[in-house]
Design a protein around this ligand. Sequence first.
Ligand code: APR
Length: 186
Amino acid sequence: MDRFSILVGDITASDAQAIVNAANTTLLGGSGVDGAIHRSAGPDLLAECRTLGGCETGRAKLTKGYRLPAEYVLHTPGPIWRGGTYGEAALLASCYRSCLELAEEQGIETVDFPSISTGVYGYPMAQAAGVALKAIMDFLREHELPRRVRMVCHTEAAAEIYRQTYNMWYAGEKAERLLSPEGGNA
Ligand code: APR
């Protein structure tokens, strides 16, 4: 489906209108994607984040992108993996949905995601991929914005897991059916 794609890269180099930051609830920076985005965006990003009063796990907040190529950053704290019986899947799905809802509200047309919670937060990649892809595809079926969403994996190994998961569940989806919010037969 051409509204969604998977690629390998560094999300800080993305030219999407908005990139998603795998943040923590303080929104005051960290390592991984969070650290990379703050390093690339420069100090003004942290200054704006300080005004936001943090963010709950599974929710999202928007800032400008400053020195990043992306115009905006959507910050979302993912769940910390604790074995899978503490509501982690629902919280992870909520991260993706909250970012897409906020992007649609702001009229943002292109959004790039990293693989939220699969680094420091320890979420197993294959399980995270299933949750992420379902949340993204469910949203794209019902909404016309964003018109393009990409999963930017940091490694080929991660991308392969996402591709396999995508092909298992969604390869048969016709682009036109997903492009028209009411669905229907292509
Ligand atoms: N571009 C794309 N993906 C990246 C990049 C990058 N520049 N850097 C790391 N990644 C990938 C990791 O390989 C991992 O698959 O992003 C995924 C998320 O990893 P983390 O950045 O560790 O995020 P997360 O697991 O959600 O943990 C969040 O880590 O950095 C801190 O402040 C952050 O406390 C928060 C926690």
